[in-house]
Ligand binder design. Structure first.
Ligand SMILES: CC(=O)N[C@H]1[C@@H](OP(=O)(O)OP(=O)(O)OC[C@H]2O[C@@H](n3ccc(=O)[nH]c3=O)[C@H](O)[C@@H]2O)O[C@H](CO)[C@@H](O)[C@@H]1O
Ligand SMILES: C=C(OP(=O)(O)O)C(=O)O
Length: 441
């Protein structure tokens, strides 16, 4: 079994470079399916399992997709098939993002229903209501959602019951090729939405207002390939900010964009962490004593749910009582039980977790329940006594490029192994080896 083994106690120092954002690149690659002519070149693409999955979805639809040197090249000018089977949607819910592009370009799309996942039920009703408002007929049955329209989708005024990121993206992509004007109200305002809108505009779309709560789209007849660079991953950046803070280290998080991280920076500062904006990133200096605080997750620009479990790890080392309230997903506390295995003092009360800090964290074998939980358990391991072994790394690989290698370069005592039995000395030796290997890259 693959594991990450981390021994707590090292302060982190140095510089870490942030990759392109997973949650921006997935919709951008899906949007490439809208281009009936020309080739798209997408740069700053992180080497992640989810990127391979979305590439496979497009290839399966008959697009030509090449992924090398952090660039994805998509030629979708062939006639595409309009289905995405369960095989892909099961691996990654974001596969539903091909619904909008296929429906708008071909008048038909059939994608396996994503179902629930480790963080909640995650329906796609808002995506489907949006398509219906644009003239599509939607049928859900036999594990699939099928949408079709005679001719083109038409523009519509769509109010989202909640600012869903995925629904905003799917409707935005569909509206780009619809006939007439679409207005999406109460839409998501995440930086990843702005990145997608910028890409669509380079493809020939007419989108204004992305990043605000109303997006206006004037549909065009066709779209072409475009060249685009993906924005830096604010969640990877936030995760390394916590790594620096929790170890009392001093780390420059290169490429991190302060503007995208305002709620995270504000909470870190409340906890006594020093955060300095520099020309090419953000420097984070961890304090001797972390102060407790409270966090409520909300849609952007509120505190991101994707940073909730990492901040929980940090709160475990803060002095006093901290409370985290999760309002975005119904069940995103699976990591609490795993933290408890590390001697964390915390309890769940409804949609909140109450953390009595500081906990004397002890190394244990723990299982990642989703990708952010994986990172959070490793962060806790950085300050736990003895060795922490984190399993179920398939989750981590969906969203972090070489997480253990990057932490090792900053001085963490960490390695990724593929076998079960380890001696302490061998583990330390291998850590040094992997740090050298990564340094040489
Ligand atoms: C690939 C990607 O970008 N994933 C991100 C995206 O997920 P995703 O796009 O799935 O998240 P949404 O913003 O759509 O979901 C937010 C909430 O709305 C609910 N909902 C959503 C759609 C719908 O039709 N009906 C409905 O009820 C969901 O169940 C959830 O409770 O935004 C989330 C919220 O910031 C992040 O945690 C994910 O990392
Ligand atoms: C929940 C996440 O992603 P996804 O929506 O792809 O499951 C995440 O990135 O933390």
């Amino acid at each position: 079994m693959e594991k990450i083994i981390v021994r707590g106690g090292q302060q982190l120092h140095g510089t870490v470079k942030i990759e392109g954002a997973k949650n921006a690149v997935l919709p951008v690659i899906a949007a490439s399916a809208l281009a009936s002519e020309g080739i798209s070149k997408i740069h700053e693409v992180p080497v992640l399992a989810d990127v391979y999955t979305i590439n496979e979805v497009l290839r399966n639809m008959n697009a030509d997709v090449v992924f090398e040197n952090n660039t994805v090249t998509v030629d979708a000018s062939n006639k595409l098939t309009t289905e995405a089977p369960f095989e892909y949607v099961r691996k990654m819910r974001a596969s539903v993002l091909v619904l909008g592009p296929l429906l708008a370009r071909y008048g038909h799309a059939k994608v396996a229903m994503p179902g629930g996942c480790a963080i909640g039920s995650r329906p796609i009703d808002l995506h489907l209501k949006g398509f219906e408002a644009m003239g599509a007929e939607v049928h859900v049955g036999n594990g699939f959602v099928e949408a079709s329209v005679d001719g083109r989708l038409h523009g519509a005024k769509i109010y989202l019951d909640m600012p869903s990121v995925g629904a905003t993206e799917n409707i935005l992509m569909a509206a780009s090729l619809a006939e007439g004007k679409t207005i999406i109200e109460n839409c998501a305002k995440e930086p990843e939405i702005v990145d997608l809108a910028n890409y669509l505009n380079k493809m020939g779309a007419k989108v204004v207002g992305a990043g605000t709560e109303t997006i206006r789209v004037e549909g065009v007849e066709k779209l072409h390939g475009a060249v685009h660079s993906i924005i830096p991953d604010r969640i990877e950046a936030g995760t390394f900010m916590v790594a620096a803070a929790i170890t009392g280290g001093n780390v420059l998080i290169k490429n991190a964009v302060s503007e995208h991280l305002r709620p995270v920076i504000s909470k870190l500062e409340e906890m006594n962490v020093k955060v300095i904006a520099e020309d090419n990133g953000i420097r984070v200096i961890g304090p001797k004593h972390l102060k407790a605080t409270d966090i409520k997750t909300l849609p952007y620009p509120g505190f991101p749910t994707d940073m909730q479990s990492q901040m929980m790890a940090l709160m475990l080392k803060a002095e006093g009582t901290s409370v985290i309230t999760e309002t975005v997903f119904e069940n995103r506390f699976m990591h609490v039980e795993e933290f408890r295995r590390m001697n964390a003092k915390m309890k769940i009360e409804g949609r909140s977790v109450i953390i009595e800090g500081p906990s004397d964290l002890q190394g244990a074998e723990v299982a990642a329940t989703d990708l952010r939980a994986a990172a959070a358990l490793i962060l806790a391991g950085l300050v736990a006594e003895d060795y922490t072994r984190v399993t179920e790394l398939k989750h981590l690989d969906r969203g972090y490029v070489d997480f253990a290698g990057k932490l090792a370069l900053l001085g963490a005592d960490i390695e990724r192994v593929n076998d079960d039995v380890k001696t302490t000395e061998a583990a330390v030796e291998r850590t040094n080896f992997s740090a050298e290997k990564f340094a040489a890259k």
